[in-house]
Design a protein around this ligand. Structure first.
Ligand code: FES
Length: 344
């Protein structure tokens, strides 16, 4: 997956006050071939401090084989998304470190019922899938029924609103519910509801074969727990791009404690900061660990903790049995003891 390529920005549209869609021409043919809608582009860009960062963005549109669209929300913070908003214009060149992700329309083949849960800009992945299902339905290709729950603070903050409504009105297989978490909305229609989805809303669904969840870490955790409880047989497909920072998170009292790390089966010892993910510190020490999503989803950065303790923040990939056996995700784990031993 890690074929690097430059991308040339060909168009920028302002979708909402804080969301822009960038149309990017993929200049390397090999990468262009991998750009299925629903997968994500790994973009590399300096943040406001000039530190190169990576961030993943779902491919929400693919108007041409080598032209892809990503939608980016400016969070107002100093990360890559804000840099994209402030720096990238038509003809800007961007660098991508590859294409990742495995959730595409093919993931929904041969199932009857799909549920999708999107939080805010997390709508991009469900929309990519729904757009493709819509194309298939128009060609009379089998389409599962889809129930989409979108949660967003207010209506004006939801990109693609018109398109979603138009598809929902014209498609028997698509049912959309929009939850306005911070806006009062008086309507008899079930389309718009004020407040977050309640258990009763989930219970009204017929049991989905597959549920796609996309949003912030908190949103994903909440929905995963509800779905595991109500529909234990449902297969969950999760995407969460709240990337864990590799930078030192200075504690309030300025304490930057370190941890002595031994690499199991070798005589290598390293000092890791307790405020940085293990993956970030492995990288700094030139210890090669496979990684892809850097947000606890794909499981590729799995390592085994042989001794000591860590805090894992946002692990969505490991099974309970793997955790019992000491496996941890290095992209979202921080040392908490004075020393640890890791098998890589
Ligand atoms: S890199 Fe994907 S789970 Fe860590």
């Amino acid at each position: 997956m890690h074929n690097r390529s430059f991308l040339r920005c060909e168009n920028v549209t302002q979708d909402t006050a804080s969301v822009r869609t960038f149309a990017l021409r993929v200049l390397a043919k090999e990468m262009a071939e991998q750009c299925d809608m629903g997968k994500y582009l790994i973009l590399e860009l300096p943040d406001q401090d000039g530190v190169i960062q990576q961030r993943n963005y779902s491919i929400v549109g693919r108007p041409e084989a080598d032209l892809v669209e990503i939608s980016v929300k400016d969070t107002g913070r100093s990360g890559i998304s804000s840099q994209l908003h402030s720096k990238v214009v038509v003809d800007s060149l961007l660098l991508s470190a590859g294409v990742g992700g495995a959730i595409t329309v093919d993931s929904l083949a041969d199932v009857q019922k799909v549920a999708m849960f999107a939080g805010g800009i997390g709508i991009t992945l469900p929309l990519a899938l729904i757009r493709q299902l819509d194309m298939r339905a128009k060609k009379k290709i089998w389409t599962p029924s889809v129930q989409l729950f979108v949660s967003v603070p207010s209506l004006v903050e939801l990109p693609y609103l018109d398109e979603l409504l138009a598809m929902a009105l014209s498609s028997a297989w698509l049912d959309v519910r929009i939850f306005l978490t911070q806006e009062k909305f008086v309507s008899d229609s079930k389309l718009f509801t004020s407040g977050r989805p309640q258990r009763a809303d989930y219970k009204e669904m017929s049991v989905p074969d597959i549920a796609v969840i996309c949003g912030s870490k908190g949103f994903v955790s909440e929905n995963r727990d509800v779905l595991n409880h109500l529909f234990p047989e449902t297969k969950l497909l999760i995407e969460n791009f709240t990337q864990v920072s590799d930078h030192v998170r200075h504690s309030a009292d300025g304490d930057e404690a370190s941890c002595n790390v031994t690499v199991y089966g070798t005589d290598q010892q390293h000092q890791f900061s307790k405020g940085v993910t293990l993956l970030g510190e492995f990288d700094r020490c030139h210890l090669k660990i496979k990684s892809q999503c850097k947000s606890g989803i794909c499981g590729s950065c799995r390592v085994r903790l042989r001794s000591g303790s860590v805090r894992s923040d946002g692990d969505f990939a490991l099974t309970p049995r793997e955790r019992e056996n000491g496996y941890i995700l290095s992209c979202c784990s921080y040392p908490t003891s004075e020393s640890i031993c890791i098998e890589i």
